[in-house]
Design a protein around this ligand. Structure first.
Ligand SMILES: [Zn+2]
Length: 363
């Protein structure tokens, strides 16, 4: 006999008090998009004066070119970030108020976008995300990762009003960035498993739309691994679209949950303890092989995809000592104890070493 769920039982899965979903209003991913950036800004109905946020490198790569085009239609001035800290974001917020800035153009990688994202959120003005690399999925997500006095914080902010990604620029960035971005998306496979596990164990709310989008994006990367390995414009386009779609899954969830599980926590520990950490996606990717193994899932498929795109799959390749990585696995849960993952009930050192050995990370 089929038993229908009563409204009460459905209520367990529904979250009627959830915050509104914020998505970018315009997304442009193509060649030569910068030449027509004013058209994009007008489509977004943006008016008045803007500040272009960049750093010393990205102002040269793309910022100056954008300034040339934008100044034909808008009042624009450039502001360079020196560090990706909460203090820097507050300083920028102050400057926007003094100058009556109407909107912000963020030109760069993670650091620039995070400062622009949080400072524009504090000022309650829109920001446009203009990535110069396809290295991680914070490009269009609603969260900013900034350094506080003690450690890195993931802060709630607004999603970008628009995302403008010039494939000519992104495909010219070092190959390592695009590979790292792709690895960051492949990790969605384990992040989603952690979320589903938490839903079963703790009753945490889960958005099945967000899970489906996150999973689909990771699957697309795994199936496109051969294309991504070519380091062509097509590779840059594929990864950039994946990063934006992965960000969408976070916008729908209202948190980083669909794209950040135990593998990200391991990477956060590594960032804290290593003087020179590897790239975010590289660390999360390799950690994802281990957490997939711990989930009892198809870790060989994750490892094969990472290997095909050219991401590191051994500790030797990523330049991290075994002891450091083992400690990162054991201590991962302390990064975010409120987020239930496969590591939440703890793991022994012996089991962590065995997982590294079984998955070939010690080769
Ligand atoms: Zn990530």
């Amino acid at each position: 006999m089929i038993k229908l769920l009563t409204p009460l039982k459905l209520g367990f899965f529904m979250r009627l008090d959830r915050p509104a979903i914020e998505l970018p209003r315009l997304i442009e991913v193509r060649s030569s998009v910068i030449e027509e950036i004013n058209l994009s800004l007008k489509r977004l109905n943006l008016k008045g004066s803007c500040i272009l946020v960049a750093d010393e490198i990205t102002i040269k790569i793309l910022g100056e070119k954008i300034m040339e085009v934008v100044k034909e239609e808008f009042d624009v001035e450039a502001l360079l970030i020196s560090e990706a800290t909460i203090e820097e974001a507050k300083r920028f917020h102050q400057i926007y108020s003094e100058k009556n800035t109407n909107f912000v153009l963020a030109v760069g990688g993670g650091r620039v976008i995070d400062v622009a994202k949080y400072s524009s959120y504090l000022s309650n003005i829109p920001f446009i995300s203009i990535p110069t690399v396809a290295s991680h999925d914070g490009i269009s997500s609603p969260r900013a990762s900034l350094l506080g006095i003690d450690k890195k914080h993931s802060l709630l902010a607004h999603s970008p009003f628009g995302v403008i990604a010039d494939i000519d620029v992104i495909s010219n960035a070092p190959k390592r960035f695009t590979i790292s971005g792709c690895a960051d998306i492949i990790c969605n496979k384990t992040a989603v498993l952690d979320w589903e596990l938490s839903n079963r164990i703790t009753g945490e709310h889960i958005s099945h739309y967000s899970v489906a989008l996150s999973n689909m994006t990771a699957e697309t990367m795994i199936k496109s691994a051969d294309i991504i390995a070519t380091n062509t414009k097509e590779a840059a386009y594929t990864v950039m679209k994946g990063l934006i779609t992965s960000s969408m899954s976070m916008c729908i969830a209202g948190s980083s949950r669909p794209a950040s599980g135990a593998e990200h926590m391991i990477s956060h520990v590594l960032e804290d303890v290593l003087e020179k950490p590897a790239l975010h996606g590289e660390q999360c990717g390799i950690a994802s092989i281990v957490t997939m193994y711990l989930h009892g899932g198809d870790w060989l498929r994750i490892r094969k995809a990472l290997q095909t795109i050219g991401a590191p799959i051994t500790l030797k390749e990523i330049g991290i000592d075994e002891d450091v990585f083992v400690d990162a696995i054991v201590n991962a849960n302390s990064v975010r104890p409120d987020r239930f993952t496969i590591l939440s009930s703890g793991i022994t050192k012996k089991a962590a070493i065995a997982a590294l050995s079984e998955t070939g990370l010690l080769n």
